[in-house]
Design a binder for this molecule. Structure first.
Ligand SMILES: C[S@@+](CC[C@H](N)C(=O)[O-])C[C@H]1O[C@@H](n2cnc3c(N)ncnc32)[C@H](O)[C@@H]1O
Length: 148
């Protein structure tokens, strides 16, 4: 994804807590700016970015960590900036129950090992900081959430 943004000429910085992951990105895209950093303490000052995109990382955070990460993203976002989160999620508890009915025990165990977000939870967290959330469901579990 970083490669696509670079190709389009965006000035982007790829942030991850894993030096190994950043090295892989840098090998693929030598021109990419990378920065070691944690969602829970983003190493940038207030209002640095006009867009923040996160893919397949939010499910590593529990609800308490998600709340902190959301406030951190909002802190480093410019006024009227936009946050985009792409990840594995559930719409609601009911949606999760329906999906689990079609899965094997092993698949359920795998999912329960992570912290898939609930759209409803994210919506209320962003509402607290006066931001509106829209989402697109890509398939059963994958969503793209846009917050502005
Ligand atoms: C499945 S990978 C996705 C990587 C990349 N975003 C992508 O879409 O290809 C999940 C990444 O989230 C990172 N991650 C997990 N918890 C994090 C945190 N608290 N702060 C920053 N990065 C985190 C991991 O280091 C890992 O590289």
């Amino acid at each position: 994804m970083s490669g696509k943004f670079l190709d389009k000429g965006y000035n982007i910085i790829a942030i991850d807590q894993s030096i190994e992951m950043l090295n892989v990105a840098k090998e693929k895209y030598p021109k990419l700016k990378v920065r070691l950093g944690d969602f829970l303490k983003i190493p940038y000052s207030n209002k640095t970015f006009d867009i923040i995109v996160s893919t397949y990382a939010f499910h590593h955070l529990n609800n308490n960590e998600k709340s902190i990460a959301i406030k951190e993203m909002a802190r480093v976002l410019e006024d009227n900036g936009k946050i985009v989160i792409g990840d594995l999620m559930f719409k609601s508890n009911k949606d999760k129950d329906n999906i689990f009915q079609k899965l094997t025990g092993e698949q359920i165990e795998e999912i329960n090992d992570e912290y898939y977000s609930y759209i409803d939870f994210l919506k209320s967290e962003f509402k607290e900081i006066n931001k509106e959330l829209k989402y697109t469901r890509i398939d059963n579990l994958i969503y793209v959430v846009e917050i502005q």
